[in-house]
Design a protein around this ligand. Structure first.
Ligand code: ATP
Ligand code: MG
Length: 511
């Protein structure tokens, strides 16, 4: 009996270094274990960074065997059966079919070659062929193909636009691939209806064109990846990403319209935390969100999402940037503005908006409050200390390895107490995570609570009691395993209208 084939499509998300100097970039990470890696490096000939997919190497003999076996498999495999099963079952089915065919066709294939070829069976029958590794890369936001004999371009979360080493050379092959994309979207594309606008089972958007006349470069497609349903606050408690107190604190800040910035390194869970705390926005509030890639997902009606449009690989035509989106969104007079990631000049518009009473929640790539303040105060953002002062709290997310597991923790919540005219910030840190015992500590002294008290005329005792009630609610929901997107949102919304009702339904002391 042969060893079972195991393919790991989620080999973990590495922390990638930022490209301070792009000529020095040279990183490699696993996409599909044990087979495929991404290699990103500066190409001295092209004078740009490139993205290479490294797949198992096949020699000429193996390649021709692969073609022969795949031709045979196309005849015997029922694609519908394939896409309905679990991944493990699909792999088993492919393995059985391939081995059966090899013996039927009387082919000689060593186990070593077979294992390499198996990756290609998987990629071509279960996956999306050449681009399957790109689809699997957490860091890739967009995949764009502009026809044959031109490389596929991607947009990478850390290194932005890059060409890949994937090139379609055959117009008919590309056309049939676009047909496959359409089929995966449950749609149909043909000469008669040559435009596809659909979504893949994982929620990614697909646009494609089907032109194969000789003058064009052939069919094209763009895939804009979309990350699924967000994690709820209670799920983050279950993951021990933060404590119920931290969440209750953020809930108070959000209700009273204080401004929160979430920072941390790449893939440290910033957007995930942002999505989770957005559950606390009062149900009747008007929310506008602005982002580069669709990642923000809220269970509410009064929400206007917008996504910046980049025109990759084709100059700047059709571009709508965060700056103009944000300017436009303030005309809608939102109560809350959510900015997916603050990078450049749009920060100015955001902070002005905050200064004029619109609350905001946003993320920024930085690993400490000092870095955040420095980034805000120097070009290209270049805010005055007075504007930086409107920021109330900074949540710092971090990658952490706890008991050999890669996890995410909310390392600190830092309050910006005051930024003096020289730009130096006075801060207070009410919450901190201790890596030694993997616990969260609350220093019962919050300057923001003082601000809430002063601004809304609420006593410290009242605030602390309310904070304690919310902590208990969140903890109770976590204990009862109330994790669902809709369920959690319903309870939080209801709490705004009828707090005693929620408390009694959870068996907690009344107000
Ligand atoms: N609290 C968490 N616990 C465990 N894993 C998490 C947590 N938050 C996020 N992740 C994992 O890390 C990945 C990255 O999360 P997320 O997109 O929120 O990070 P980010 O900091 O916004 O990344 P980027 O720097 O790309 O904007 C997620 O797909 C998820 O698999
Ligand atoms: Mg993010």
């Amino acid at each position: 009996m042969k060893n079972k084939i195991v393919i790991n499509l989620n080999p973990g998300i590495p922390a990638l270094p930022k490209a301070e100097d792009k000529t020095k970039v040279d990183v490699r990470y696993i996409l599909i274990s044990p087979y495929v890696s991404a290699h990103i490096f500066f190409d001295p000939k092209l004078l740009e960074m490139v993205y290479e997919v490294e797949e198992p190497f096949l020699n000429e003999e193996e390649k021709s065997l692969l073609r022969e076996i795949e031709e045979g498999m196309k005849e015997v495999i029922n694609i519908n059966v394939l896409t309905e099963k679990t991944q493990e079952a699909m792999i088993e089915y492919l393995d059985k079919t391939a081995r059966f065919l090899i013996s039927e066709l009387g082919l000689k294939v060593s186990e070593e070659s077979y294992r390499k070829m198996f990756y290609y069976f998987f990629r071509d029958f279960i996956g999306l062929n050449e681009i399957e590794p790109l689809v699997r890369d957490y860091f890739i936001e967009d995949i764009e193909c502009n026809g044959i004999n031109t490389p596929i371009y991607i947009v990478h979360r850390v290194y932005r636009n890059m060409r890949t080493n994937i090139v379609y050379k055959d117009i008919d092959y590309l056309a049939s691939f676009v047909e496959k994309l359409a089929q995966r979207c449950g749609k149909y594309i043909s000469y008669a209806s040559p435009l596809l606008d659909g979504s893949l089972p994982d929620g990614s958007r697909v646009n494609a064109t089907y032109t194969t006349d000789v003058t064009s470069k052939g069919p094209t497609f763009t895939i804009r990846k979309f990350t699924k349903v967000p994690w709820t606050p209670t799920q983050l408690i279950a993951l021990n990403t933060l404590s119920p107190e931290m969440l209750a604190y953020l809930w108070m800040l959000i209700q009273y319209k204080f401004n929160i910035l979430i920072t941390g390194g790449t893939a440290s869970g910033k957007t995930t935390l942002l999505n989770a705390i957005a559950f606390f926005i009062p149900p009747e509030a008007r929310v506008v969100s602005i982002e580069d890639t669709r990642e923000i997902n809220l269970a509410r009606e009064n929400w206007l999402p917008s996504v910046a449009r980049t025109a990759i690989g084709m100059g700047k035509v059709g571009e709508v940037d965060l700056f103009s989106l944000l300017k436009n969104s303030f005309r809608q007079n939102p109560d809350y503005v959510i900015v997916g990631e603050v990078r450049g000049k749009e920060a100015f518009v955001l902070f002005q908006g905050m200064a004029s009473g619109h609350a905001s929640i946003s993320t920024m790539h930085a690993d400490s409050v000092d870095t955040v303040i420095k980034r805000l105060e120097t070009p290209p953002i270049d805010l005055s200390p007075t504007l930086v002062n409107v920021l109330d709290a900074v949540c710092i997310m971090t990658h952490a390895v706890v008991r050999k597991h890669e996890t995410r923790r909310l390392r600190e919540i830092v309050e910006v107490v005051n930024v003096n005219p020289d730009g130096v910030a006075l801060t207070n840190t009410p919450f901190i995570w201790n890596p030694k015992d993997d616990r969260f500590y609350f220093k019962k002294d919050s300057k923001v609570f003082e601000k809430i008290g002063n601004r809304y005329g609420i006593t410290r005792e009242e605030l602390l009691q309310e904070f304690a009630r919310r902590t208990r609610i969140l903890y109770e929901l976590y204990k009862r395993r109330v994790f669902g997107f809709e369920d959690v949102q319903k309870i939080i919304n209801e709490y705004y209208k009828n707090p005693s009702g929620i408390l009694s339904s959870l068996g907690l002391p009344k107000i």
